[in-house]
Ligand binder design. Sequence first.
Ligand code: C5P
Length: 215
Amino acid sequence: LAAVITIDGPTASGKGTVAHRVAKALGWDVLDSGALYRLTALAAINQGVAADDEAGVARVAETLDVRFDGPHVYLEGADVGHDIRREEVGNFASRVAAFPGVRQALLERQRAFRVPPGLVADGRDMGTVVFPDASLKVFLVADVVARAERRRKQLIEKGISANLDDLLRDMRERDARDTERATAPLAPAADAHVLDSSDLTIAETVQAILDFWQQ
Ligand code: C5P
């Protein structure tokens, strides 16, 4: 089996950017598992399936027609890279991610990304559930204010103004849903390195992970 580095952590901890850079440095593939939950959410919204319809959303996840091609993500052939980043889609994803049937439907799909020479997998349960035998597990944390400020900067760069208090409230709600759910709650694996990036740049965070890997 190919090597896997897992990077788990709460929302806006910088996992996505860090995972892509670590993968690039190693010449490996990357799995953005959150994108699969967001794609499930978008497909459910498009099909008029409600967020509290567990069986309906699980069926959507089972039959998801998606393709990843570099930075592009396709749902039923349409490029939805921007659509899946909408707040509405993220909130729907965060709600349906609590359903065991949805998580089960996405499990093998995630494992299929594990191909040589290696995979950097980013998510919430990569080290605990999806790749428990990963070669290196990182749990990336940052305090909630640092994360809300990062999210606000990203939104401003996209020309969207955002209120810090709203972002903080939203982030705390999402953290609570991720950590308090019964199935695959957000928590570091017993053998994970917990890395606090509150006071680190992206480059320093990437380097810290590459240092763990080379140890
Ligand atoms: O990381 P991202 O914000 O794109 O993930 C969207 C949602 O999908 C999260 O709020 C989280 O609830 C869920 N998720 C999950 N397990 C993963 C990745 C994401 O439950 N491995």
